[in-house]
Design a protein around this ligand. Sequence first.
Ligand SMILES: [Zn+2]
Length: 104
Amino acid sequence: MKAKKLDELTNLNHFGSCPKCGTNWCAGRIFDALRPQKWCADKSDEELKAWIADHYSPPYSFSRLISIEIPEFYDGVWEYACPDCKARFPRFKEAQHDGKVQAH
Ligand SMILES: [Zn+2]
């Protein structure tokens, strides 16, 4: 399924605080979560940081924000939800203005 190119909103900081309830969405650094794991025990801290840079995007942290896919609108993440207050935030300008836009 080929998705139409939509205008992505970039004002939602996945590692910041919820604009509705104020809870923080940052779930910690990826490095801190992976360092104690056995599969990377043979890597130095610098080697693990380089591996993380190859496999993840800055700021190299986990987000608690929930990604929501609505297949009838878009093949991929259509909107986000706060795990605490359940407020929803559109991913695309099209979703912000009309949640019923058919994207594909
Ligand atoms: Zn919230």
